[in-house]
Write a protein that binds this ligand. Structure first.
Ligand SMILES: *[C@@H]1O[C@H](CO)[C@@H](O)[C@H](O)[C@H]1NC(C)=O
Ligand SMILES: *[C@@H]1O[C@H](CO)[C@@H](O)[C@H](O)[C@H]1NC(C)=O
Ligand SMILES: *[C@@H]1O[C@H](CO)[C@@H](O)[C@H](O)[C@H]1NC(C)=O
Length: 360
């Protein structure tokens, strides 16, 4: 149907000088979008998986000006076998972004997970693996130059204690793989995508946050360019079998954002969800609402925090129950697409800082 003609247009556009879409222009009802726009930041987004759920389109239209493709741009989706690129799925998201005037937080180029075995177990030597990385970055970034507002160049490179995670990249190339990835991303950035490092637990684990700061400095020490650090913010509103709770207080969140923002990069919350033990009680939903509230406030209290993305729309499709049994209810809309207390807490947190630093 029409997707193919949009995609044909996209292919033509990518040969011209490209620039990503900035989606603050549209009219929306009272919504996350409208409040975030007033705050002067650049985006409010959601992870997106296109599916046959018309409510999701309405919610995206009313509340968000950005999305992160949940899976379609990961390595296993775009280059499942060597130099054999499969863009059909990712193209659908690019077309959706253009049609709806949405920013895209493109995700992700260099990561150890959802990485096909031909890379992780390919036995490549240093030079060859750098070549594999270069070819991937070149082909994927070039194709989506006209849609990507931000790129997660590197994802989850740290252990919890702040050391580098043991991956095929680190084992083969050494820590130089990090500045090399960012150098290549800059080289093939034909649009204006901001280049990000993205990781989880940076919101409260000081050793890991210090590791992220070290990565920013490392890239800069190689003369490279990094524009931002993404704090995933997969948090829990209470103690669960898989997460410490409650989620950090606002001062902790702000200090964590400052740990990298003060090095001169943008910061953003990139994958927010706040899980709990299920089924939730009214009290638990209120604690979750308070948690979303302070996450929003912490972003808006930090000048360099440019936006926030929640990791999905409805609890019906969250990744959490499938991975952490007995946990979930982590998002802003319930399984029937009704707004939860968390939605109102998040909205209030965004509105609370409407005037921002401007008074000072
Ligand atoms: C490329 O990948 C697709 C999807 O995995 C597969 O169907 C196709 O056979 C591959 N082509 C080549 C030339 O390897
Ligand atoms: C840090 O954590 C990793 C992964 O758990 C572990 O292998 C390593 O030994 C730890 N390093 C230090 C210095 O504690
Ligand atoms: C791999 O090659 C890169 C680029 O020449 C270099 O910076 C890095 O130190 C090398 N790694 C190893 C383990 O030799």
């Amino acid at each position: 149907m029409r997707v193919s003609s949009i995609v044909a247009g996209l292919a033509l556009a990518s040969s011209a000088v490209a620039s990503p879409t900035f989606g603050w222009g549209k009219k929306h009802r009272d919504s996350l979008y409208k409040s975030m726009k007033k705050s002067g930041r650049s985006f409010i987004g959601t992870a997106l998986t296109l599916r046959d759920e018309p409510r999701e389109d309405e919610i995206v239209d009313a509340n968000f000006n950005a999305f992160t493709p949940e899976n379609s741009m990961k390595w296993e989706s775009t280059e499942p076998s060597q130099n054999n690129f499969t863009f059909d799925d990712a193209d659908r998201y690019a077309a959706y972004a253009k049609k709806n005037h949405l920013q895209v937080h493109c995700h992700t180029l260099v990561w150890h997970s959802q990485l096909p075995a031909w890379v992780s177990e390919g036995g490549f030597d240093n030079k060859t693996l750098i070549g594999v990385m270069e070819n991937h970055i070149k082909k994927v970034m070039t194709r989506y130059a006209s849609v990507c507002t931000r790129w997660d160049v590197l994802n989850e490179a740290l252990n919890e204690n702040g050391t580098y995670r043991d991956t095929v990249w680190l084992r083969t190339i050494g820590e130089a793989y990090i500045p090399i990835a960012f150098r290549l991303a800059k080289k093939y950035n034909r649009g204006h995508a901001k280049l990000y490092y993205n990781d989880y637990n940076l919101e409260y684990n000081e050793e890991k946050t210090a590791g992220a700061a070290r990565i920013v400095k490392l890239i800069k020490s190689y003369g490279g360019c990094i524009d931002g650090v993404g704090y995933q913010a997969h948090l829990a509103s209470e103690s669960t079998p898989t997460a410490p709770g409650p989620a950090p207080d606002q001062a902790t969140l702000e200090a964590a954002l400052h740990a990298t923002a003060d090095l001169g990069v943008d910061v953003a919350y990139t994958e927010i969800d706040v899980r709990m033990n299920t089924p939730p009680s009214a009290e638990q939903l209120q604690v979750q609402s308070d948690t979303y509230n302070r996450i929003a406030k912490s972003c808006l209290a930090v000048r360099k925090c440019v936006g926030m993305t929640v990791w999905g729309i409805s609890d019906k499709y969250s990744w959490i129950p499938g991975v952490f049994e007995g946990e979930g209810a982590a998002l802003l809309w319930n399984e029937d697409y009704e707004k939860k207390p968390a939605y109102y807490g998040f909205l209030k947190g965004i509105k609370a800082k409407k005037w921002g630093w401007w008074w000072w």
